[in-house]
Design a binder for this molecule. Structure first.
Ligand code: NAI
Length: 335
């Protein structure tokens, strides 16, 4: 079967890692017709917007997209394309597996955490105002609807994937109403999933636990901002942003993208590690029911990391993006 999938290469290193990922999917003989759509800085000047309407239409039509990173100006300028995409398509669950790869970060070997992050509200709701000169306010929007469905998603995910525990990460000791609502919804969802052990941890304690003993954590369910911060922390534990994948899941559409950003410091140099987007594409293959191809790429990645012969600079190696991708494609072809 041929899948039609929207490809948003994105900014910075996006086009480089997207090209590498396409080559890897070809090597695994997955039949995909790519509908390439540009968003972000690449189209801003010509189109007068960073998110032309046909990008959303394409994702809505195809239901599945693979996306490179898109830059967001800090402190001024246009609203984040990433946040807009997630809100417009109601991609409410952001799933980020934090897994160690062989030979990459021995201190954290065996780490296998999945962060399920609420993706549509919290401090990302875009509700900011200057109350008066010198006083700014950001509104942390938390709704029962979003807390209930993210908790339900996390427990259902844990059951489906054979996991044992879901930990809600919160700060309800301080934000008694907003994070208190999250806790309440989580506890209700826990009752509906008695086979999964529920656990409650305050966000600062969770950060310490991840650094000291990440292997004690299983699935984490949390709000948008905590999930954003903890997933970069998790990436740091297992080797950095070059390897951690992600999926934004909604009721109708799913957009797969790496956790990392546009990496402006290495963009255009052919040095980016494509592993994170390749692993995001593996998540996409499992979502499409292409389990054999997904497992084949996973096995080849494990092999390439275990033999250590091709490593990009972020992991202490000297391989370029192309050399790493060549090695991975050859490994897939000879498996
Ligand atoms: P970043 O993730 O782009 O880079 C942080 C550091 O990690 C840099 O040193 C970079 O070289 C390195 N790095 C990241 N990915 C890598 C890879 N695949 N291979 C090798 N090294 C890699 O984070 P930063 O600098 O904070 O953000 C840059 C831009 O990206 C910002 O405009 C930000 O808004 C945007 N961004 C976009 C995201 C998305 O589209 N989902 C997610 C995160 C940031």
């Amino acid at each position: 079967m041929t899948h039609t999938i929207t490809l948003i290469p994105g900014d910075g290193i996006g086009p480089e890692v997207a090209e590498a990922t396409k080559r890897v999917l070809d090597a695994a003989n997955v039949r995909i017709e790519w509908e390439v759509q540009n968003a972000g800085a690449t189209v801003a000047e010509a189109r007068g917007t960073t998110l032309p309407p046909e990008v959303l239409e394409s994702v809505r039509r195809n239901k599945v997209a693979l996306k490179g990173p898109i830059g967001t100006p800090i402190g001024k300028g246009f609203r984040s394309v990433n946040v807009t995409l997630r809100q417009e398509l109601d991609l409410y669950a952001n799933v980020r597996p934090i897994r160690s790869l062989a030979n990459v970060e021995p201190r954290f070997e065996g780490t296998d955490i999945v962060i399920v992050r609420e993706n549509t509200e919290d401090l990302y709701a875009g509700l900011e105002l200057m109350i008066m000169p010198g006083i700014a306010q950001s509104i942390k929007l938390i709704t029962e609807k979003a807390c209930s469905r993210i908790s339900e998603y996390a427990f259902a995910y844990a059951e489906r994937m054979g996991r044992k525990r879901v930990t809600v990460v919160h700060k309800a000791n301080i934000m008694k109403l907003s994070d208190g609502l999250m806790l309440e919804c989580f506890r209700r969802a826990a009752v509906r999933h008695p086979r999964i052990e529920p656990q409650e941890v305050i966000v600062d304690a969770c950060a310490m636990q991840m650094v000291r003993n990440a292997n004690k954590l299983d699935v984490i369910c949390t709000e948008n901002l905590y999930g954003d911060i903890l997933s970069d922390l998790g990436a740091g534990l297992v080797g950095g942003l070059g390897i951690v994948p992600g999926a934004n899941i909604g009721l109708n559409e799913a957009v797969f993208e790496a956790v990392h950003g546009t990496a402006p410091d290495i963009a255009g140099l052919g040095l980016a590690n494509p592993t994170a987007l390749i692993q995001s594409a593996v998540m996409m293959l499992h979502h499409l029911g292409e389990h054999a191809a997904g497992s084949k790429i996973e096995k080849a990645l494990t092999h390439v990391y275990a033999d250590g012969s091709a490593r990009t600079g972020d992991l202490g190696g000297t391989a370029t993006t192309d050399q790493f991708t060549d090695h991975l494609c050859n490994t897939i072809a000879t498996a």
